[in-house]
Design a protein. Structure first.
Length: 255
């Protein structure tokens, strides 16, 4: 074998061969002619795909809102913030708005869209209760009369406005001036109106006798038929006792 430069000659069986050294393979492929790389562009408001996406989101929001309105069958009605007594003129401060589900036909409760001008309470409504539509009306529909009776300060403090009481009256004994007859029930389910502190020297009867400067008065809302009997009891210095009705008594926890 003869090597000369980069070529060598090999004798195989009398035949001279001259191999040629190959060059290393070039791994870098030439770029295809006529192909240009595209650059990424920022999305624009004019892009149709973006506009279609926004339209779909808007349609879904409107559809869900419409579905919720269709499913919601509640309506706004008035709720008494405080006890409402017959004859009382009602204002917006006395009421709150609650959304309730009305089952059945008719509107048993006072709608929050109804104007309150010229309306007075014609039926007692406890605090926190829904206001019935029939509980408000014109002043000519009020059939209760406020009568003020003297009570002990402790008794008056335990009877907030709107409380429901039973009225018991014990007449003075004819034999002894400092004793009383057996008490009798004069009225039941009577609502308490306003309370006030009596002035010194105001006469009358209470559960402990005559009312002095430390006594209090309670306003009772009575039907016209009961007014004369209560007035007579007060004038005759009878002992008047107000007993809270079971519905007005505070409930114990767990009952």
């Amino acid at each position: 074998m003869i090597i000369s430069g980069l070529r060598h000659v090999t004798a195989i069986g009398g035949i001279m061969t001259t191999p040629t050294l190959s060059r290393p393979h070039d791994r870098t492929a030439p770029a295809a002619p006529g192909v240009t790389a595209r650059r990424l562009r920022r999305p624009s408001w004019r892009d149709p795909r973006l506009l279609v996406g926004l339209l779909l989101v808007l349609l879904s929001v409107v559809g869900v809102a419409g579905l919720l309105r269709a499913v919601d069958t509640t309506e706004p009605v008035f709720v008494a913030r405080r006890a409402l007594t017959p004859g009382q003129a009602v204002t917006g401060d006395d009421l709150a708005v609650a959304h309730v589900r009305i089952v059945g036909a008719g509107r048993p409760y006072l709608s929050a869209s109804r104007p309150l001008a010229g309306l007075v309470v014609v039926r007692p409504v406890p605090a926190g209760e829904l206001v019935p539509a029939s509980a408000l009306g014109g002043a000519d529909r009020v059939d209760l009369r406020p009568i003020t009776v003297p009570v002990e300060p402790a008794a008056a403090g335990a009877l907030p406005r709107g409380s429901v009481v039973d009225v018991w009256v014990a007449s003075r004994s004819a034999d002894r001036a400092d004793s009383y007859e057996r008490p009798r029930l004069v009225a039941s389910g009577v609502q308490v109106g306003d309370r006030s502190q009596a002035r010194a020297g105001w006469g009358g009867a209470a559960s402990a006798g005559s009312l002095g400067s430390t006594g209090s008065t309670v306003q009772l809302l009575l039907t016209p038929a009961l007014v004369p009997e209560l007035i007579q009891a007060v004038d005759n210095s009878a002992r008047i006792t107000l007993v809270p009705a079971p519905a007005a008594l505070p409930r114990r926890s767990g009952t």
